[in-house]
Design a protein around this ligand. Structure first.
Ligand SMILES: Nc1ncnc2c1ncn2[C@@H]1O[C@H](COP(=O)(O)OP(=O)(O)OP(=O)(O)O)[C@@H](O)[C@H]1O
Ligand SMILES: [Mg+2]
Length: 375
């Protein structure tokens, strides 16, 4: 018996692997059935550079200091709570009108394979619940890992609910720090999906180093360079690229230190050419997902990478014959899709609905995802 969930307002909080900002949405879901939620309000609060630097340090190999991690867990919890409260204030919505908050948390480790599989997100949800007075769902990934899954990506389940009834063979691509693809199932078939590799993460790292900017605005830096074919071939040798799904990735696999090792090997390459090569590598990793999916008709893209025109052009070039657009075409602003996914996941948790992630993360059986912290 599934518990009815009313009222139907949920907050989604997303702070992804780009570590750029806390994205917050207030979403109203239909009382029954699926379909896209109504986006009532949205807000994005940038993470200050100093906090981003501390998160980077925590993720360097051997950079794990438990005291630092716990301090960040507390500080991020406060920030997430403040994001939710200012979102509600801007929407003139009372906290008591919101059924629950879904908080993704800030991933600082994602190692779903190996002897001690885990995925760790910081941002104290007990603190979010206490400060907002709203039940808060967090820790969405560990239940899936405990059931033998990758714990990621989880957004494909929401992509199916929001974009699944188009009548054509549709795929969704999220260009966040990492990139993940969803192939929507027709009829009652669930979605399949996986991480394809880097999204913006390598482009951001190289832009920070050579432009002193947090990202390559519009992809102009990459567009000004030329692809270095030997470097591209070496990058494509990464075992993640050819690994069969289910698969998921994070900053553990693709980061600035990993890139440095190749650059040492190839000697001096023009910085703009490196950026062009990284953009081409990102697009090529995405294209490999479509090799056995020749019946796909339409690709809708979401995430911050939709603002990188150069990257979108490269993806389009790799996928001839596919109609490529953003999720705006299906009525959902690409910037808010992932935050909406965590509002939707919170709703599933409150309804105690087990989610079938077998064709996405590879979990052995359907699992109720997330832990609920009551105020
Ligand atoms: N004007 C722009 N030009 C180019 N890239 C941009 C622009 N604006 C944002 N971006 C890119 O979008 C990124 C943020 O995207 P997003 O918030 O979707 O990623 P995320 O926080 O990592 O989420 P996810 O959980 O999906 O990984 C930035 O780090 C940057 O690379
Ligand atoms: Mg973000």
């Amino acid at each position: 018996m599934i518990k009815p969930v009313r009222p139907t307002l949920f907050v989604g909080l997303m702070s992804g692997t780009s570590q750029d900002a806390v994205d917050a949405v207030l979403a109203e879901f239909p009382i029954s059935g699926e379909g896209p939620p109504r986006l009532i309000a949205s807000d994005s609060t940038p993470l200050p550079p100093q906090l981003r630097a501390r998160l980077d340090a925590l993720q360097e190999p051997g950079g794990g200091d438990l005291d630092n991690a716990l301090q960040l867990h507390h500080e991020l919890g406060l920030r997430f709570a403040d994001s939710a409260l200012s979102l509600l204030a801007s929407a003139h919505a009372e906290p008591r009108s919101v059924r629950a908050i879904g908080s993704h948390g800030q991933t600082v480790r994602h190692r779903p394979a190996g002897p001690g599989p885990h995925s760790l997100q910081l941002g104290d949800a007990a603190l979010i619940a206490a400060r907002t007075g709203i039940a808060t769902v967090a820790d969405f990934r560990s239940g899936d890992i405990a059931a033998g899954g990758q714990g990621a990506p989880l957004a494909p389940l929401f992509h199916q609910a929001a974009f699944g009834n188009s009548g054509c063979q549709r795929a969704i691509l999220n260009l966040g720090g990492m990139a993940n693809v969803t192939f929507l199932g027709a009829g009652n078939a669930g979605p399949s999906g996986w991480d394809t590799g880097p999204g913006n993460v390598l482009l951001d790292a190289w832009a920070a180093r050579h432009l002193g900017q947090p990202y390559d605005a519009d992809g102009a830096f990459a567009a000004s360079g030329r692809v270095h074919n030997s470097l591209l071939a070496a990058l494509l040798d990464h075992p993640f690229v050819s690994r069969q799904p289910p698969k998921s990735t994070g900053r553990e696999d693709f980061n600035a230190q990993w890139l440095e090792r190749f650059l040492d090997r190839f000697g001096a390459i023009e910085p703009a050419d490196v950026q062009a090569t990284l953009a081409e590598f990102t697009a090529a990793c995405i294209a490999t997902a479509f090799v056995n999916r020749t019946n796909t008709e339409e690709l809708l893209i979401c995430g911050g990478g939709t603002r990188n025109r150069d990257l979108l052009k490269r993806i389009d070039r790799h996928l001839p014959g596919l109609a490529v657009d953003t999720t705006a075409k299906a009525g959902v602003d690409p910037q808010w899709v992932e935050a909406l996914a965590f509002a939707w996941l919170a709703r599933q948790r409150i309804a105690e609905r087990a989610l079938d992630t077998q064709r996405v993360t590879g979990a052995r059986q359907p699992v109720i995802l997330g832990c609920v912290y009551l105020p």
